[in-house]
Design a protein around this ligand. Structure first.
Ligand SMILES: Nc1nc2c(c(=O)[nH]1)N[C@@H](CN(C=O)c1ccc(C(=O)N[C@@H](CCC(=O)O)C(=O)O)cc1)CN2
Length: 210
């Protein structure tokens, strides 16, 4: 079967807009994150080989190598999220007319909620790592492309917050509150720190643009 990530932009938007539950917000978060990191890579490529930035060449190459992995992983999250969320999307529609049906739905939902949380949690982690690379890039990347560093962090800001929303909606329905609490704690910390860095990088970009 064709991977969602292999679709053209036009086809992806069409399926995202359709009534199909997947791809959903999780897939959109993964794509936004990959776009954000790709903008960071573009800045690295525009900096590479430039005399003015020779002192940062080694660092830029390191950022570029890490960025390539993050882009690949974020793109892979589009299809992984569809696989992880599809069973939950169907579980929402299970009948609840009898006590047996209620019990079955509740147990199925609990299992599906845990699976559906894994990918958005990974999206949040990957976005955080991508944001950290932009933090370095804003000072060391080509000033000609500084606006792209800003565009990159804004895409990643949207992606990390969207990943968090998908974690929150799933953990809110979990019965296992200890499990839910652990995930929420890690997620909220990464988002708080990540968004702070995004805003600082964005401010630096605005100052540089004058
Ligand atoms: N890992 C992810 N988790 C969640 C995502 C996501 O994209 N990735 N999206 C949300 C959205 N959501 C509930 O909050 C949700 C969206 C769509 C459906 C749905 O269409 N389900 C069924 C029909 C259910 C019914 O008959 O009542 C369908 O696929 O046809 C359900 C939930 C949640 N978490």
């Amino acid at each position: 079967m064709e991977k969602i990530a292999q679709k053209s932009c036009v086809d992806f938007i069409e399926v995202l807009a359709s009534k199909s539950a997947v791809p959903g917000g999780g897939g959109a978060a993964a794509l936004a994150g990959a776009i954000g990191m790709a903008l960071g890579s573009m800045v690295c490529n525009l900096t590479t080989g430039k005399k003015k930035y020779a002192q940062y060449e080694e660092t830029i190459q390191e950022i570029l190598a890490k960025a390539a992995k993050l882009e690949e992983e974020l793109l892979s999250m589009i299809d992984k999220d569809a696989e992880g969320f599809y069973p939950l999307s169907k579980a929402y529609g299970l009948p609840t007319s009898t006590e047996e049906e209620k019990q079955y739905k509740s147990e199925t939902m609990e299992k599906c909620l845990k699976v559906a949380c894994e990918v958005p949690m990974n999206i949040v982690r990957l976005c955080f790592d991508s944001i950290k690379l932009h933090e370095e890039l804003v000072d060391k990347g080509s000033k000609l492309a500084i606006s792209d560093v800003g565009c990159g962090v804004q895409c990643l800001r949207a992606a990390i917050l969207s990943g968090q929303l998908n974690v929150i909606i799933n953990v809110n329905s979990m019965k296992d509150r200890e499990y839910a609490g652990k995930i929420e704690k890690e997620c909220n910390q990464l988002v708080q720190d990540g968004v702070k860095i995004c805003d600082e990088v964005y401010e630096k970009v605005l100052v540089a643009l004058g």
